[in-house]
Design a protein around this ligand. Structure first.
Ligand SMILES: Nc1nc2c(c(=O)[nH]1)N[C@H]1C(S)=C(S)[C@@H](COP(=O)(O)OP(=O)(O)OC[C@H]3O[C@@H](n4cnc5c(=O)[nH]c(N)nc54)[C@H](O)[C@@H]3O)O[C@H]1N2
Ligand SMILES: Nc1nc2c(c(=O)[nH]1)N[C@H]1C(S)=C(S)[C@@H](COP(=O)(O)OP(=O)(O)OC[C@H]3O[C@@H](n4cnc5c(=O)[nH]c(N)nc54)[C@H](O)[C@@H]3O)O[C@H]1N2
Ligand SMILES: [Mo]
Length: 757
């Protein structure tokens, strides 16, 4: 495959502030390049408005009073990719063989435009050919029926899928008889869900948008909102203006956390913008558990504890205290790369603050000790009583715009028994109870030949998962892969001896069923559920909604299921009635989505400071504190996102906020580490992952000297997934440890090591 690189890489200094007029110009440029103004204008006027559609980008919530233009530069890129009038039609597939397409980069594939026809690749064929919808559904039904058991199929979901489509999809899988419902959340915030459920009894974040302005202290750990959740910057700016202090804990000095120029305000265009984080702690990768454990030690030693809260609401304090008072400062300094004074000033700030919010994203979740790390963060909030009241709490910032909603709808390999009971009662069947497969287990089952058919409702399984070569081989061995998608990606090409591409409507498209426009619903990162109504004319008459496609599969595969698939697909309110009967918190669902802004799902911790754990109390964690071990001469590498991508969809080759232009094939290294390793700025290196089963190599990568914590390195996802084996994953959550890869750097072209596999 071509690298996502134009070989024109230029490296400059990062800018002084994020956003500003440049961001508006970029947003406009992206949108205008791929559609006429008559389409662009209504698109931008409807995004994130109560009468319009939810931005298909990130999961950051809309404020209760959205501004007229409630979108950001990167939202605009997501909109442009979806609302483009360029199409990938039957003629395109006739012109380009699969072998040809496999040579193309992610950037090239994704920027061809919207998939416009259902396509099929027969076994052994060189090209995809058009197929009619009914024939595609019949083919899937035939292949599923031929399987030895329903568990030989797996049903993947990516986080853009609406609540309605997700609910129908999980019912379809369970009615077939399997809980094999892996999803992108397994690769993303699963560690947050595990940690929060164990500590607080609720898997979701406990703050709302309005809490930010009430906080004294906001800590952003392991997250780069300037790129990945740009609308969060206005929230942070407002909080700072209202008096909150902001601390960023990150191995990189992400520019957007330092200074923000609001593209929607005159001051942002003319002035130098607002300073955001007053403190930046350049922690080492994976050093966060040690950092928060040391903060705990300090708070305990200084007795800066909310004793009333601890006594009234928590369990495990004495055990935790005994363990954490033993924290060793020398080990802490080594693990965090920070010195004791830095850590103590941070602890002081925490000890002084009454209302603390900690935000994090995948910088915390993609580590071997991710679950323990998040529990350590929660320990600190519990000690300060900073949870379950206004202006305080946990804020795991989710990725995809409806990833949280998909989980709420039952997209998970294991749902609670009472949930399955209600599902079974609602549809008159007995849902399977054994735990299904998550993403990594699905790959293992494909390798064993136990999973033979993969259906994917969105996403890019081949590129989002670790060990690219191994995973692609596993995908290639499937009997059939079915991809419901908006744009072309590599999974569609590599997976399955037979492969189906089923083109669907996106969030921005007008979804007419039986002549009536349909709304779908989504849940944001803070548990607000609201409606989304697309308005643009679909680019091809062949497109079907995700709901209609799932219903089509249902009708073909499960005609005897005792449900009227077609009726539900013609009127999504009927699906919402079913959701209301099965999913807690969705009572009177159809009524409540008529309210602009939607409604909040119940959250016992936030609503009444009650903790639905087994003990009825919030649980302190007191297990061992750990950090990644890196041998001398090696670096710890994280994989991260550039400013010009949405996960595996690469919009462009720049990473403006880090000074990178025209290429993605880079590895960021600290100047001192570079010198100690005897390497030079700009030189081509091989990045080599060293594992128990052999090495994995990325060749010919440009070394970029960067202000990154000592001993650490960074390279872009998805390219760097080749370095990561499948068994390097978070304990407990099974999330690939994509932020914790021990590597060796070699000048490119030096003696090659063994390349496995
Ligand atoms: N435009 C755009 N928006 C997106 C996405 C996108 O690709 N593009 N992806 C969406 C998705 S699915 C997700 S999950 C989110 C991801 O949002 P982020 O979590 O912001 O994504 P990453 O780019 O992986 O950045 C990880 C950040 O954590 C830091 N970090 C890494 N390891 C550590 C660590 O050990 N400790 C600490 N303290 N910091 C660390 C990195 O330096 C970086 O700043 O964004 C969502 N929004
Ligand atoms: N090394 C490394 N690996 C990672 C990560 C990392 O930080 N480092 N991050 C992980 C994370 S946080 C995540 S969430 C996963 C993401 O994993 P996925 O969710 O599988 O990947 P995406 O790139 O978001 O999926 C993009 C594809 O979704 C399809 N699509 C887009 N919109 C729609 C829609 O509305 N409907 C349908 N049906 N399809 C649509 C398009 O075909 C597009 O090509 O990757 C993970 N992988
Ligand atoms: Mo994610």
């Amino acid at each position: 495959m071509q690298a996502n690189d134009a070989n024109e890489l230029r490296v400059g200094a990062p800018p002084q502030a994020a956003a500003g007029p440049r961001a508006v110009a970029e947003a406009m440029r992206q949108v205008m390049a791929v559609m006429p103004p008559s389409r662009a204008l209504p698109l931008l006027m409807r995004v994130n408005q109560s009468h319009g559609f939810d931005c298909p980008g990130c999961a950051w919530p809309e404020p209760s009073q959205p501004s007229r233009a409630e979108f950001c530069e990167n939202g605009a890129k997501a909109l442009a990719a979806e609302a483009t009038t360029h199409t990938v039609d039957a003629e395109f597939f006739a012109r380009h063989s699969v072998a040809d397409l496999l040579e193309r980069s992610d950037h090239w594939l994704g920027s061809r435009g919207r998939l416009a026809r259902p396509m099929f690749r027969r076994e052994g064929a060189t090209n995809f050919e058009p197929i009619e919808w009914h024939a595609a559904f019949a083919l899937v039904a035939e292949r599923l029926r031929a399987l030895p058991s329903p568990d030989a199929a797996a049903f993947y979901t990516s986080g853009r899928t609406s609540n309605e489509a997700a609910f129908l999809y999980q019912f379809f899988a369970r009615r077939l008889g399997t809980n094999n419902l892996p999803d992108c959340s397994d690769l993303c915030h699963e560690s947050s869900g595990m940690a929060l459920t164990a500590a607080l009894g609720v898997s979701k974040g406990s703050v709302t948008h309005d809490d930010f302005a009430k906080a004294d202290l906001i800590v952003v750990v392991g997250q780069n909102p300037g790129t990945n959740h740009p609308r969060m910057l206005s929230t942070l700016r407002d909080a700072v203006r209202a008096g909150a202090q902001l601390v960023s804990v990150n191995p990189l000095p992400e520019v957007a956390l330092a200074r923000f120029r609001d593209p929607q305000a005159v001051s942002g265009w003319l002035g130098s913008g607002d300073a955001l984080a007053s403190t930046h702690l350049p922690v080492r990768l994976g050093g966060d558990q040690a950092l928060f454990a040391a903060v705990t030690e300090w708070l305990l030693a200084q007795d800066l504890i909310d004793h009333e809260f601890v006594a009234g609401h928590t369990q495990g304090f004495q055990e935790m205290r005994a363990q954490r008072l033993k924290v060793d400062w020398e080990e802490t300094e080594a693990a965090t790369g920070l010195d004791r004074t830095q850590i103590e000033s941070f602890a002081q700030l925490i000890g002084r603050s009454q209302s603390i919010i900690v935000c994090w994203a995948v910088g915390l979740t993609q580590h071997v000790h991710a679950v323990d790390t998040i529990r350590e963060v929660v320990n600190v909030l519990l000690l300060r009583g900073s949870i379950g009241r206004p202006g305080a709490g946990v804020c795991p910032v989710r990725g995809h715009s409806n990833v949280q909603g998909d989980r709420t709808m039952g997209i998970a390999e294991k749902m609670p028994d009472d949930w399955l009971d209600r599902l079974g009662m609602q549809f008159g069947f007995d849902p399977p109870r054994e735990r299904g497969l998550d993403v990594l287990a699905t790959i293992a089952a494909m390798q064993q030949g136990d999973v033979r058919v993969l259906v994917a409702l969105g996403g890019n399984f081949a590129r989002a998962t670790p060990d690219t070569r191994v995973t692609e081989a596993a995908l290639a061995s499937l009997d059939l892969c079915v991809n419901v998608a908006t744009t072309l990606n590599r999974t569609h090409l590599v997976a399955g001896r037979e492969s189906l591409i089923l083109p669907c409507l996106g969030r921005t498209d007008l979804d007419l069923q039986n002549g009536r426009p349909q709304a779908v619903t989504v849940e944001d990162s803070m548990g607000m559920v609201h409606a989304s109504v697309g308005g643009l004319a679909p680019v091809s008459p062949y497109l079907r909604s995700e709901v209609a496609i799932v219903a089509g599969l249902g009708e073909a595969c499960l005609p005897e299921a005792g449900v009227d698939w077609r009726e539900m697909s013609e009127n999504y309110s009927l699906i919402r009635d079913r959701i209301a009967a099965v999913v807690p918190g969705f009572e009177r669902f159809n009524d409540r989505i008529r309210v602009p802004g939607g409604f909040a799902l119940p959250h016992p911790v936030r609503d009444s400071c009650t903790f639905p754990t087994a003990s009825g109390r919030a649980e302190f964690a007191f297990g061992p504190v750990s950090a990644p071990v890196v041998a001398p001469g090696r670096l710890l590498l994280q994989t991260l996102r550039s400013h010009d991508q949405f996960n595996t969809t690469v919009y462009g080759l720049d990473d403006r906020y880090r000074g990178i232009h025209g290429g993605r094939n880079v590895v960021f290294v600290n100047a001192q580490d570079r010198d100690e390793l005897g390497l030079r700025e700009g030189q081509l290196v091989d990045v080599i992952g060293e594992w128990h089963d052999g090495e994995r190599r990325m060749s010919g990568v440009r070394l970029v000297t960067y202000a990154i914590a000592r001993g650490c390195a960074a390279a872009y996802f998805p390219e760097a997934n080749v370095l990561l084996p499948l068994d390097h994953k978070a304990r407990g959550s099974n999330t690939p440890a994509a932020k914790s890869i021990v590597v060796r750097l070699e000048a490119a072209g030096s003696i090659p090591g063994t390349v496995l596999p």
